[in-house]
Design a protein around this ligand. Structure first.
Ligand code: SAH
Length: 349
């Protein structure tokens, strides 16, 4: 008898082997939901479809029937074997290209539609990897954890609105398509699920994404605070002041180049590495305390830095940002703020 590796939870089922929770293995078993996902994806007979984590192929078989070709990337060799067996006795054998490996380590092949019930623990890196893919694909219809879906679609003011919402909506149009119950899976996951449709924006705004990322990290680190309070923190002012001087020097030496095109790759790489879980609000105002202490000790202030601080506060006041809070700011407001700051020589990266 085979010894079961640890962490494997045994489930009974037609597949004949146990599901690995660590790989997010929850097979979609409700035929109505599978059918609905296929229909909502708008799949066409000319489509080359990417499926991430096909598992034993419940969704794959439906996609094969309606498309030109399916390219499926699956990590688990047991699943790969099972799917190959299943497809070999079907009429679609020649339409399936199955790649065994980790989707995050693969260069994605050409596809124009992505349909998948993805492993939930790597949802965020998968979404960003898809959004960085070129040429642009038509859309991705993904089955994901409900809470992650809520964050992807959240609008300013919603309890789910966070950096992830802003970043994903900067790069794409996201739509909630339907709810899926735990009981539609084998084994049922602990969480509820949703199907979303993600349509990459093309063209993307012509911004420096590293600057954008810098701005959002600052604003959402304390997302309930006003921008006035956030930008007054000593470590932020120090950072911005140093950047200000650096950029002034570069300008003097005519070394100032903006490379917007490459910035998106670095930005996405950072986001993928973060595998962003819920943003934690930093309640301890350590920096503020530090600042008070510093103020107490060092009576002398750098006049140049003070001037910079006043300039920054004046800009935020004049442009009506000083009392705004990240949780209620739209993408356009962030874009405009970035533009205003950059135009005044204030850089966030
Ligand atoms: N689409 C199938 C299975 C979904 S479960 C269905 O709906 O029935 C998620 C699948 O993703 C599992 O088969 C798991 O082995 C696979 N998987 C997990 N991590 C992966 C990774 N990094 N790259 C590719 N596939 C992965």
């Amino acid at each position: 008898m085979d010894k079961k590796p640890q962490k494997i939870k045994s489930v009974s089922g037609a597949v004949g082997f146990s599901m690995q929770k660590s790989k997010g293995q929850h097979l979609l078993k409700n035929p109505k939901i599978l059918e609905a996902i296929k229909n909502k994806s708008g799949i066409k007979s000319t489509d080359i479809v990417l499926e991430i984590g096909p598992g034993t192929g419940n969704l794959t078989m439906l996609l094969l029937a309606e498309s030109k070709k399916v390219i499926a990337i699956e990590l688990d060799p047991r699943m790969v074997a099972q799917l190959l067996k299943r497809v070999s006795v079907s009429e679609y054998q020649n339409k399936l290209q199955l790649i065994q490996g980790d989707v995050l380590k693969q260069k994605l092949p050409f596809f124009n539609l992505c349909v998948a019930n993805i492993p939930y623990q790597i949802s965020s890196p998968i979404v960003f990897k898809l959004l960085n893919h070129r040429p642009f694909f038509r859309c991705a219809v993904l089955l994901i954890q409900r809470e992650f879906a809520m964050r992807l679609i959240a609008k300013p003011g919603s309890e789910f609105y966070c950096r992830l919402s802003v970043n994903v909506q900067l790069l794409s149009k996201v739509e909630h398509l339907m709810k899926v119950s735990k009981n539609d899976f084998n084994p049922p996951p602990k969480v509820e699920s949703s199907v979303v449709r993600i349509e990459p924006k093309n063209p993307l705004p012509n911004i420096n994404f590293m600057e954008w990322d810098g701005l959002l990290r600052i604003c959402f680190n304390r997302k309930n605070k006003t921008l006035g309070a956030i930008f007054k923190q000593k470590y932020i002012l120090d950072m911005l002041f140093n950047n200000f001087k650096k950029f002034e020097k570069m300008k003097e030496n005519n070394n100032y180049k903006v490379n917007n095109e490459e910035s998106i790759n670095q930005f996405i790489k950072n986001e993928m590495e973060m595998n962003d879980v819920m943003e934690v609000e930093n309640d301890k105002d350590d920096d503020d305390k530090k600042e008070k202490n510093d103020d107490g000790k060092n009576k002398e202030k750098d006049p140049e830095k003070e001037k910079f601080k006043n300039m920054l506060m004046d800009i935020l006041t004049k442009e009506d940002y000083i009392n705004k809070r990240a949780i209620k700011m739209s993408i356009d407001e962030f874009l405009k703020l970035l533009d205003i700051l950059n135009n005044n020589g204030i850089h966030l990266n």
